[in-house]
Design a protein around this ligand. Structure first.
Ligand SMILES: NC(=O)c1ccc[n+]([C@@H]2O[C@H](COP(=O)([O-])OP(=O)(O)OC[C@H]3O[C@@H](n4cnc5c(N)ncnc54)[C@H](OP(=O)(O)O)[C@@H]3O)[C@@H](O)[C@H]2O)c1
Length: 341
């Protein structure tokens, strides 16, 4: 018999928090028992996010680890960088399981964390023990785990693109990946790079070769084998959600047929579709699906990968991690079919 798990969401009024509310409200084995916010505490979530009328009708509360430990078996943290370390430490100390959607616990080596985030991790002991959960590549967290670090959105798409190729790349081959992301990737507070007016008629590269998700990507690839040189150039897409990556290789740089390598890597994985052709980002929106397109063109291979940054790149993957952690089917409560247009 499956017991019901009591779940809280901290940062419930943010983009990922809102998606968690939407997903968990109809999850058959989860009861939402706490919605927590920062400066919005005291307001109704459904006032701020009308789409969440129903599950969001209650008042948003301020963070209180004692209260959460009484009401929740597991807490999702969907907080700005740096905030999860403190909240996570307080919750774990009280015996609450934590799934962090931010970046505080993703990188194990403090020096690497500092390299990519500009300052040392605030709770290095939790970063050291956290299970980095990208289910198609890592499987689910063991029942004994106390913290799951949910991967970053670009890191998810990059790792799912590179992992099947990694053992088959000729030695010395570097890969260059062109990526785009929708504006929701930067959270709900408008910034110069994300507000609609400044973004809608623009297209620009940012953080070329220096995106912070490279740290967790290199860590994961390093745990799997020899790491190729990876050059990643992200761009701001004038659309609210979605991630799309493009990688071009010479067929001779791979020992094997690219299509066959991807199909073998993701055979039986319900959340990954490998197709012959180009991956359309729209086909993944509002779903946890990863779509990987493989096209042989003359002596070259074009690989394209698409995900929804808020679902497979964030909240959907967090629920996938929850499902596996509790021994449920990986896809319970998750939309596998996209919604486009
Ligand atoms: N957006 C994406 O595509 C994406 C994908 C993967 C991972 N992530 C990561 O996931 C995290 C959340 O991202 P997001 O896009 O959902 O961010 P967001 O839209 O900016 O939401 C962050 C939320 O955290 C709340 N908050 C801030 N300080 C708080 C505190 N001390 N106590 C309680 N709540 C607090 C804010 O509530 P108030 O407004 O009430 O202060 C806000 O609603 C970030 O670390 C981000 O890097 C984002």
């Amino acid at each position: 018999m499956t017991t019901t798990v009591r779940a809280g969401i901290v940062g419930a009024n943010g983009f990922l928090g809102g998606e968690l509310v939407r997903l968990l409200a109809s999850h058959p084995f989860v009861q939402l028992t706490a919605l927590v916010a920062g400066k919005s505490a005291g307001r109704r979530l459904s006032e701020l996010r009308p789409a969440l009328r129903g599950p969001g009708d209650g008042l948003l509360e301020a963070f209180d680890a004692d209260v959460l430990s009484q009401r929740c078996d597991v807490v999702f943290l969907a907080l700005p960088h740096g905030e999860s370390a403190v909240a996570g430490r307080e919750l774990v100390a009280r015996g609450v399981r934590v799934i962090d959607l931010g970046s505080d616990f993703r990188i194990v080596d403090p020096a690497e964390h500092t390299r990519w985030y500009g300052k040392p991790p605030a709770a290095p002991e939790l970063s050291a023990e956290a299970f980095y959960g990208l289910p198609e590549l890592t499987g689910g967290a063991p029942a004994t785990a106390r913290v799951i670090a949910n991967p970053g959105c670009f890191a998810t798409a990059l790792a799912l693109t590179l992992a099947p190729l990694q053992p088959h790349l000729a030695s010395g081959v570097d890969v260059t990946i062109f990526g785009v992301t929708g504006s929701s990737g930067s959270g709900i507070a408008p910034q110069d790079g994300t507000q609609h007016t400044l973004r809608v008629n623009n297209f620009v590269a940012y953080k070329p070769l220096k995106h912070q998700h490279m740290g967790e990507l290199l860590q994961l690839l390093g745990q799997r084998g020899a790491v190729p040189g990876v050059r990643f150039v992200p761009h701001s897409l004038p659309a609210p959600r979605g991630i799309h990556l493009t990688l071009v290789l010479k067929a001779s740089e791979l020992d094997g047929d690219a299509q066959a390598l991807y199909r073998a890597a993701y055979e039986g994985k319900p959340t990954v579709d490998v197709i012959e052709g180009a991956a359309a980002m729209g086909a993944t929106l509002l779903s946890v699906r990863t779509l990987i397109g493989v096209q042989k063109v003359g002596s070259d291979v074009v690989i394209t990968t698409a995900i929804d940054n808020l679902l497979k790149g964030g909240s959907g993957q967090a629920v996938q991690n929850l499902n596996l952690w509790y021994g449920w089917d990986e896809t319970v409560g998750l939309p596998l079919v996209g919604a486009w247009p």
